[in-house]
Design a binder for this molecule. Structure first.
Ligand code: AFP
Length: 288
């Protein structure tokens, strides 16, 4: 696509299906991961929509859960500013997972409800009302192969998770990494957890991998509406507004206690040093 991602047939087909459906309802402006620019539609309409038509599409060949993410915003007077609004301006957000169940996760700003598709009846049935994320968690999700590229606060947080009950966290963690944001988010809504896709030192990953407008903003609204938190490590995701449509942003989201710990480590270099020092001494790389 325009931002350099490998496009798969299903990415393009999902985008076409969604745009065809959305052409039948009043939408003032539509933005998609698969479109270079936003499209202006019905100028009298009251909403603008941003979509990631098929998130996780690198998992299609391995039959792993993928999904559609959407963000619904108010239509500003100047539609050129439609997708430069703060995340907190969103009217609604949601995602659909195509996995063992086809589920719709939806917030209209008053909590998060989860629906499951009933194919026979051709409708989504309410499976879980007012989903809540546990305040603390025992599961973290990060692509650990990038450890050498992370900033020290992220490395310190993951080291604390790995130290488990023997470290400052005082409890053990399990680890998951699906490579599909919608699957990670659904798991966090189901049993808590913290997801990290931070910025890292790889070329092009200075702001991480995930897009602000149609991935991080909608996910942040959902996670906060379910009692969790979503941050870059330094700033609340919903306080941010995009300068460009496909702008990337570091995303740490999930159980509020663990997200708060990541923020503490980002704001306090001395804390990072105190956490990291014992690990170095134990490993013996550097005698302190
Ligand atoms: P694709 O849509 O290209 O599969 O990317 C999915 C994604 O944006 C997000 O859903 C995953 O959490 C993340 O990428 C996985 O990225 P890595 O492959 O770098 O772990």
């Amino acid at each position: 696509n325009s931002d350099g991602d490998v496009q798969r047939d299903l990415d393009v087909q999902a985008d076409a299906i969604l745009r065809r459906c959305l052409s039948k309802v009043p939408v003032a402006a539509l933005a998609s991961e698969e479109m270079r620019e936003a499209q202006i539609g019905d100028r009298e309409a009251k909403i603008c929509i941003a979509i990631d038509p098929l998130d996780g599409s690198s998992n299609i060949d391995i039959n792993m859960t993928v999904g559609t993410i959407f963000s619904i915003l108010p239509a500003p007077d100047d539609l050129a500013l439609a997708f430069h609004q703060r995340g907190s301006a969103q009217l609604a957000a949601g995602f659909v997972t195509y996995g063992p169940q086809t589920s719709l996760v939806l917030t209209l700003g008053e909590g998060v409800d989860i629906f499951t598709l009933d194919r026979k009846a051709g409708c989504f049935r309410l499976a879980r009302a007012a989903a809540q994320i546990a305040e603390t968690c025992e599961e973290f999700a990060i692509n650990a192969s990038n450890r050498r590229h992370w900033d020290s606060p992220v490395r310190a947080f993951v080291d604390e998770c790995l130290a488990g009950v023997e470290g400052p966290a005082n409890h053990n963690f399990n680890m998951r990494w699906v490579g599909s944001l919608v699957a990670e988010a659904y798991r966090i809504l189901t049993r808590g957890g913290v997801f990290l896709y931070p910025s890292d030192a790889r070329p092009g990953y200075g702001d991480g991998r995930l897009r602000l407008v149609y991935e991080a903003h909608p996910m942040a609204m959902i996670i906060e509406q379910a009692g969790g938190s979503a941050t870059t490590g330094r700033e609340r995701i919903l306080d941010l507004s995009a300068q460009s449509l496909h702008q990337r942003v570091p995303l740490i989201m999930g159980s509020s206690n663990e997200v708060r710990r990541v923020e503490e480590l980002h704001c306090d270099p001395l804390l990072v040093a105190s956490v990291s020092a014992p690990l170095f001494a134990r490993r013996g790389f550097f005698r302190l």
